[in-house]
Design a protein around this ligand. Sequence first.
Ligand SMILES: [Zn+2]
Length: 427
Amino acid sequence: MTDQAHPLIGNNTIDPEALWQDVMETARFGATGKGGICRLALSAEDHQVREWFRSSCSSLGATLTTDTMGNQFARIEGEEAGLAPIAIGSHLDTQPTGGKFDGIIGVLAGISVLRLLKETGTRLRHPVEVVNWTNEEGTRFAPAMLSSGVFAGIFTPDYALSRTDNNGVRFETALAAIDAAGTQPCGVHPLAAYLELHIEQGPVLEAENCTIGVVTGVQGMRWYEVTVTGRESHAGTTPMSMRSDALQAAARLMASIQEIALNRPPHAVGTVGMVSVRPNSRNTVPGEVSFSVDLRDPSDDVVIAMENSFRERAGVLSREYGVSIGIREIWDSPAVHFDQRLIDAVSFAARSLHLPSREITSGAGHDAAYLARIVPATMIFVPCADGISHNESESATREDIAAGANVLLQTLLIADRQLDALPASGG
Ligand SMILES: [Zn+2]
């Protein structure tokens, strides 16, 4: 999809000041002393920002619908009857020590688009909707992206509603406590396409002086729990040749993760983030070591190849050290490829706005990753300072956010004219 900019919008761009003001205004709900936000899903602060969303969208002439997971949809009608809406969205909940931008700019950029449509008196062919997905962060109620997951059919409503927080409060109870549940069954809401603007949450765009990340997908990811079992014995009296040292074998296996990832450039990453040693005593040869492994790459084939290399290496070390090694996969999240027509539209929009851009794969999960399973979807990234996110010092500039919102607007306009041939999803 490469085309001229929308004739109705002409050279109009979104108002960067109004967008920035919205960012600062929503940052009041759950503001922390260090300039960040603590706005856990379905908390009193989340209730405040959800009410703000409702009234801001209503004052722009949008109609609100809320589904049974508390997902909020603000809709402006289109010109042509029978077309499903093109949705723009993200999330308004944050980490306990979160920033002002993660998720939030994706929703607020959508509100800026509604504002521009109203001010210019423009109607698109499709309805346009701004969406706030409930509980994206997964901090209060695990797992992350819970409500977009139900919408996309990844989780059942019963599973989602019965999640509990650390105090044993059920998701369903928390929804009711702030009157956030709507009547529309989650997932029946039709969409023609889904667009999400987000900060990169990594350092690549800033390092390369790129304003726009044209996101091609979300990388594949697998998690494992590895247990190496040897034999505990006295550190002074057991000769080296007669040991079954779980830690020496585990250390070499852990080191191999680095090598395995480095052997598959340019994107593969492998991480050991948690280790425990038993009995963890200075003068005992370790009998058992368990550790985590996290493998990621944009290609599922590469993730599988890394896993195979890792298992092979475990076999060799198990024989060499006389230990047994168990590898248990605990999570498999396949790679997501966004809609190529929408990726091309984002790329075209960035070029036509003279903004430096590059293709990028998301290293983190997002609502768009689930939406992409049921509807044409893509994402746009903008830089954040030092790539830092999930942190109160998270920072992004007014100019970059506005640039991202303008790319979002142009992408919407291209999609509005060219996506109608696609059947609408039924959620
Ligand atoms: Zn986010």
